[in-house]
Design a protein around this ligand. Structure first.
Ligand code: RIB
Ligand code: CA
Length: 314
């Protein structure tokens, strides 16, 4: 079967690291055409450096990494160092990357790739705030619509928020960008906190990761071990939830997930609930069903896939 061409839009990020590793460990199914970077968990210079570091860890020194937005569309940048550590991939001691990011910026790369590739050929996995994608839609809407689909980690339905009572970090950081993406008409698969909170990398799973014992799985296990006390203190979790790799796992084994087409609206005005994804799960309105919202996941199946694939990495 032809490999699926993907672009990963990312803000590494410990769980972004898991997603990037899973993608590079799945070359029979996925071709990573490029990685576009956005500020999010840590500022843009650090997310670019982290993306290069993680690619290097995977042995992917030819990976094409494109720097993107350093700030949200209109709001000041925020970070999530409390859960990812100061570097954003805190935990392991990792060598500095031996290769550089591309000179071309993310927006130009996205435009070029979507123009050169056949329509419906490119899937974009969005793992951070949606600023890069929103800018593309604003500047080149017809080019943006050439995407096959966007598979994004973000938002929540009934799980509430993780950075406010109502909002999840990726959406909350740039709600205006998320609103543009959800209104764009581009097919969207949404992996909300309702799914990703089921995927806690607890002690047993961390040990399993360590037992895979290659540099990638060990580095990821050390990242997760680093942030486990934060998740225990703040949320009462026994480990870090693995949010972002759900997007890549969906591309590899969609049957692991179940959801339904819904209308999703992003709140951009309210001071109380800005960044909230209002998911019409029960179809109470006649608003367009603009996203396929996942609600449940085969937890054991997800971790079996992750461990098996990570075992293929260096
Ligand atoms: O809320 C979780 C999301 O925010 C994940 O993508 C994590 O990496 C952070 O970016
Ligand atoms: Ca992320």
């Amino acid at each position: 079967m032809a490999r699926r061409k993907i672009i990963i839009d990312t803000d590494p990020g410990q769980d972004d690291t898991a997603a990037i590793m899973l993608a590079f460990a799945s070359k029979d199914e996925l071709e990573v055409v490029g990685l576009t970077v956005v500020s999010g968990n840590v500022p843009i210079n650090q997310t670019v450096a982290n993306t290069l570091t993680v690619c290097e860890l995977c042995g992917e020194r030819d990976a094409k990494v494109y720097p993107g937005a350093s700030n949200p569309l209109i709001r000041p940048a925020v970070t999530a160092t409390q859960s990812h550590g100061k570097s954003g991939i805190e935990g392991p001691e990792l060598p500095a990357p031996s290769f550089a990011a591309q000179d071309q910026q993310a927006l130009e790369f996205l435009r070029e790739a979507l123009t050169l590739e056949a329509e419906g050929e490119l899937t974009v996995c969005c793992l951070g705030p949606l600023t890069n994608i929103a800018r593309l839609i604003l500047e080149a809407p017809e080019t943006a619509k050439r995407m096959r689909e966007i598979v994004l980690m973000g938002g929540s339905y009934a799980a509430g928020g993780n950075v406010s009572p109502a909002a999840e970090f990726n959406i909350h950081t740039d709600p205006e960008a998320a609103d543009i993406v959800f209104r764009s008409g581009i097919p969207i698969v949404m992996m909300p906190l309702d799914v990703t909170y089921q995927l806690v990398a607890n002690k047993e799973r961390q040990e399993k990761l360590f037992s895979v014992s290659n540099r990638c799985s060990t580095a990821l296990a050390e990242m997760i071990a680093f942030s486990t006390p934060h998740y225990k203190r703040k949320y009462g979790f026994e480990g870090r939830p693995l949010h972002d790799p759900t997007t890549v796992a969906y591309l590899l084994k969609p049957e692991l997930f179940t959801g339904r087409s819904c209308n999703v609206v992003v709140e951009t005005k309210s001071d109380v609930s800005v960044g909230m994804t209002v998911v019409d799960w029960l179809n109470t309105t006649d608003r367009r069903k603009n996203a396929y919202v996942m609600r449940s996941v085969n937890v054991d199946g997800f971790f079996e896939l992750l461990f098996a694939r990570l075992a293929k990495l260096p």
